[in-house]
Design a protein around this ligand. Structure first.
Ligand code: PAF
Length: 285
């Protein structure tokens, strides 16, 4: 374990580190996170490590991507434990800036996208979320100047939003998606799973179960509308309040009515008790 894993909070320190490593001919990988790290995040670090010589992990709970009634205040903040975990997977630098470093007094710019950010999925329920994500990710990509940045497929709409903004804003960093890591019963790993009570945690597996069943039925030829409607009913029976569970084109997020409309992804968001969970799955073609 690397007990010396440096943690910096100033953009200038991040830039100096990256500049020195690049001057030495090394490729830089970036893994932006909001901390509260679990094995899913560590798999992103490993993916970045496969694509680069050095891995920089950012830990920043971004206020701009939380709505007024969301969990910004109670979002888990566990920097010391995060640094331990990142040491164990041999990350090279942690960038954990204070809020004023990212949003100094007078900050007045927002990145707003259309395309995948207005797909009537997460954006329908969290109308300011993707602008907050796009703004902070644009800043982090500009600050780090990495060769490659890795984001989880668990936040599938977010991944497409970030790919789009990097293309549209001519950001040279390559954006790479990495597969979702799951608990043994299929629940997608998420920092928000800690909010679930023991009883809710047992029921939470139904989210992946419903998506998996629907994806299988669609792959077997069942009508897409019928399969997704049955999945929504199954989730409601398991006690979820379903925001959406829909079939979309995997690259554009456009609604799809038949399997010959291209690669398909099922995406869902649903609340169990006070915890909102999201997940998605590819439909085999
Ligand atoms: O996926 C996350 O953890 C966040 O949305 C991100 C990409 C780090 C931006 O704050």
């Amino acid at each position: 374990m690397n007990a010396q894993l440096p943690v910096v909070g100033a953009i200038g320190e991040l830039r100096r580190y990256v500049g020195a490593r690049r001057a030495a001919g090394e490729r830089i990988g970036l893994v932006p996170t909001m901390g509260a790290l679990h094995a899913g995040h560590l798999s992103l670090v490993e993916a970045a490590r496969r694509a680069a010589d050095r891995v920089v992990v950012t830990v920043f709970v971004n206020p701009a991507q939380f709505g007024p009634n969301e969990d910004f205040a109670r979002y888990p903040r566990t920097l010391a434990a995060d640094v331990e975990k990142l040491s164990a997977v041999a990350a090279d630098l942690v960038f954990a800036p204070p809020v004023e470093e990212i949003y100094p007094p007078g900050f007045a710019t927002k990145v707003v996208l259309e395309g995948p950010a207005v797909a009537e999925l997460e954006d329908r329920f969290r109308p300011t979320h993707f602008s907050g994500v796009a703004t902070v990710v644009t800043k982090l990509l500009n600050q780090a100047q990495a060769d490659v940045a890795v984001f989880g497929e668990k936040d599938y709409q977010q991944l497409l939003v970030i790919k789009r903004l990097a293309r549209d804003l001519d950001i040279a960093t390559e954006i790479v998606g990495a597969p979702t890591l799951r608990e043994a019963d299929g629940l997608a790993m998420s920092s928000r799973n800690v909010y679930l009570s023991r009883e809710e945690r047992a029921r939470a597996t139904a989210l992946h179960g419903a998506l998996k069943d629907a994806a299988q039925r669609i792959a077997d030829g069942q009508d897409i509308g019928a399969a997704t409607a049955e999945a929504r009913v199954a989730l409601a029976k398991a006690g979820f309040d379903v925001d959406y569970l829909e079939a979309r084109h995997a690259e554009t997020l456009a609604p799809v009515a038949s399997r010959d409309q291209g690669p398909m992804r099922l995406l869902a968001a649903a609340t169990l008790g006070a915890t909102r969970l999201i997940d998605n799955i590819a439909v085999a073609s």
